[in-house]
Design a protein around this ligand. Structure first.
Ligand code: OOG
Ligand code: NI
Length: 474
């Protein structure tokens, strides 16, 4: 019988969630097909195979690639956040990073639940970006309504809570219980078209911010998108446009580069879905609609150090102010997406695009390992060595560490293209500070710093090399 571990549970949960979402949002299934096609074409192009031999990307790409995806959910209360934390922990997913979304004009903050170590990430890197409402940032009227609606709901089944309790105390579950855990867990993320509020209440929440309405109006915390990973996002974007999918205008994040960094993302826009709103306290429902759920795709690049991230942020803010300057000066030859693309490419010339330079300037994180020259080198009596010299001698080699986290602010474009066409000017001004302490209080634990995780991976890889070479210092 197959063994259940945190890794296999996470893999199966992710697969079940993806299957569920495919039936709920069929366009997401179409997007997955496009990703497969794009990856196959990219693999073929990189191998320069002639005669159109069909290559299965699964035979070439790392095992984690095909199954890799992230999801996003939005929560309302401390109890919901703390319980989700316990639920994800059973699957080996822990809160990493703090994201202040007020910078994008949303009264929310967030973390990402994900595996933390290299082995677990390699086994299955499923992650869920998890947002929680900041009640203190709502107007009094909306806050009262939100609190009332959220108090009445329970987004977890009783059986799920029992299973979480058991997993925490016993440290494990029976195979039967693991299977139940998946079914019960899916209930938290399933779409419900019956709102828990009236149409007037929904409209009031939405007028303050559409995401408040999305969080507060429903009986659970539906998954709002799932995002497969691709190796060629430009091709995916092109295929989406070719097939008349409602793709967003351009890809978010850095431009296409030889050395990909951080994250590039695009999506198809959210669907307008039928929702039934309560009519007073009666059992009569009124038909309306809600726009929330979409499909996204991402290409992951290298994890940057704080220094690298700082440079990235600086460049991106220059890009945005230059793009703003261009607005109004209507160009006859280029639409806004092309203008933006041109500015983006220009400005990113300031970000080194050679692996060696990224390493020397400490802009990105790397894992080091020994080559087959190491064995004879280890015979030498030296007790210290320099990394640079071992690299030069070909004793040591390195590869960039993949970015496992998020860039929700550069994905602000994705948020906004999913909020419908209402004006965003009012929303973009929100005078609030980040509140990591407040977030951790709701969560019931501390979040792990993502830079520290990457740094530790890099240091540990060097430590291993040092030991194997018998060095005191490296
Ligand atoms: C959060 C979206 C954040 C991403 O890819 O940056 C995210 C949300 O829509 O609730 O998923
Ligand atoms: Ni996303």
């Amino acid at each position: 019988m197959e063994e259940w571990t945190q890794d296999s549970l996470r893999a199966r949960f992710c697969k079940a969630l993806s299957e569920m979402y495919k039936t709920e949002v069929p366009l997401y299934g179409d997007l997955m097909d496009i990703v497969w096609e794009a990856d196959a074409a990219a693999v073929r192009a990189s191998q320069e195979v002639e005669g159109g031999v069909a290559i299965d990307p699964d035979d070439v790409l790392p095992a984690r690639h095909r199954v890799e995806r992230h999801g996003a959910i939005r929560l309302g209360t401390a109890h919901e956040l703390a319980t989700i934390r316990r639920m994800f922990a059973v699957m080996g997913m822990f809160p990493v990073g703090y994201y202040d979304l007020t910078l994008a004009g949303f009264p929310m903050h967030a973390t990402a639940f994900r595996p933390k170590d290299r082995e677990a990430l390699a086994a299955h890197p499923f992650r869920v970006f998890t947002t929680v409402l900041r009640m203190e940032l709502l107007t009094e009227k909306t806050r009262a309504l939100a609190q009332q609606a959220l108090q009445q709901r329970n987004i977890f089944t009783d059986r799920l809570i029992e299973l979480i309790d058991r997993a925490e105390t016993a440290g494990t579950l029976t195979p039967q219980e693991y299977a139940e855990f998946i079914n019960e867990g899916l209930e938290t993320f399933r779409w419900h078209s019956k709102a828990t509020v009236s149409l007037e209440e929904y409209q009031m929440l939405k007028a303050e911010h559409p995401l408040i309405a999305d969080i507060v109006s429903f009986p659970n915390s539906h998954i709002n998108h799932l995002t497969p990973r691709t190796i060629d996002i430009d091709l995916v974007q092109q295929l989406m446009l070719d097939r008349n999918m409602p793709a967003k205008e351009r890809i978010e994040g850095p431009p296409r580069r030889k050395c990909p960094i951080l994250l590039r993302q695009t999506s198809f826009k959210a669907l307008e879905e039928t929702v039934y709103f309560r009519d007073g306290s009666s059992d009569i429902f009124i038909k309306g609609s809600h726009t929330a759920r979409f499909g996204e795709v991402e290409q992951r690049g290298y994890a940057l150090t704080r220094k690298g991230r700082h440079l990235y942020d600086q460049i991106l803010s220059k890009v945005n102010s230059k793009a703003l300057q261009h607005q109004g000066k209507a160009s006859l030859t280029q639409g806004p997406a092309e203008v933006y693309e041109t500015i983006l490419t220009e400005q990113f010339h300031d970000f080194p695009d050679e692996l060696a330079e990224l390493r020397q300037e400490q802009l990105a994180y790397f894992c080091y390992r020994l080559t087959d020259k190491a064995e004879s080198w280890a015979m030498s009596p030296s007790k210290t060595a320099l990394v640079s010299s071992l690299l030069r001698q070909g004793v040591l080699e390195y590869e960039p560490i993949t970015y496992e986290d998020f860039l929700p602010l550069s994905a602000g474009g994705i948020f906004n293209s999913n909020l419908g066409n209402t004006s965003t000017s009012k929303r973009l001004i929100m005078d609030a500070d980040p509140d990591l302490d407040g977030f951790q209080r709701l969560l019931g634990t501390a979040v792990t710093d993502e830079f520290w995780l990457y740094e530790t991976m890099q240091t540990e890889s060097l430590e291993t090399c040092k030991k194997k070479l018998g060095l005191d210092e490296l």
